[in-house]
Design a protein around this ligand. Sequence first.
Ligand code: NAD
Length: 295
Amino acid sequence: MEKIGFIGLGIMGKPMAKNLLKAGYSLIVYDIVPEAVADVVKAGAQKGTSCKDVASKSDVIITMLPNSPEVKEAVLGNNGVLDGAKKGTILVDMSSIAPLASQEISKKAAEKGVIMLDAPVSGGEPKAIEGTLAIMVGGPEDTFNKVKEILSKMGSSVTLVGDIGSGNTTKLANQIIVALNIAAMSEAMVLATKAGVDPEKVFNAIKGGLAGSSVLNAKMPLALAGNFKPGFRIVLHIKDLQNALDTAHGLGVPIPLTSVAMEMMQALKVDGHGGDDHGGLIQFYEKLAKIQVRK
Ligand code: NAD
């Protein structure tokens, strides 16, 4: 079995790394937060001291970091992955970053003989824990085939969608759909509540119909409980929508609904809710309508 280096042990990276350990892989791990490393080392991983150290001891390196600047720093920076990686190493970046950044990093990696895939995920912390993420991959097919088995230990669906950058383009599409679903759910449920109808009954009445969705099933029970513990933080969704807007504008594609969802999230961030789960977007509507959906 390949030796795997895992860099970035946050909300998502930690359970993903633990699932690889459970599957029997030998892991060396690193994060700038020492407590995160200690937790995964306790579960059986070897401790890495830097991105370079991890890379020098791995056949496959996985990164799960917040955004493009962090991935660039971890891969291209001083003491980074490319300072340590052997020729022929495979780098799988599972962070959600700008597709253009994936292409840029992959070019620099190729100069050192490192082949890169972009492989962002959908499903959030619960599916990261269960190992049932949806993984969308961009890059060469032969490289994809070499790591598919590893990815399948973290996700129940692993799909090659195209060349490098396509994984993150797919993820941007995913994030637009999720944000707009949460906004639609929030708008509708605040209206129903202020009209005097029990939002839980509305949810139960519509979830099996055309308005039903994975987003509704995941986020409505939390909204009813007023539970906005992340999960997926609003500031991270702002990051994804910014990447979507930049990418769309660069290509000449207006995305008006996304810009509205972005402004709602920006307002929540200013209001001190940037660290809430993105399901907390309902609070934007609750404040406008002066009513609470939570019981
Ligand atoms: P997180 O902030 O919890 O974790 C990121 C980790 O990266 C942190 O532990 C941080 O210390 C570490 N880090 C940052 N810079 C580093 C560096 N230079 N070197 C080493 N470690 C570094 O974020 P998360 O929620 O785990 O998300 C990770 C990625 O997955 C993001 O791109 C996010 O958009 C995406 N994602 C998250 C979710 C979710 O529900 N949380 C779902 C799907 C995709």
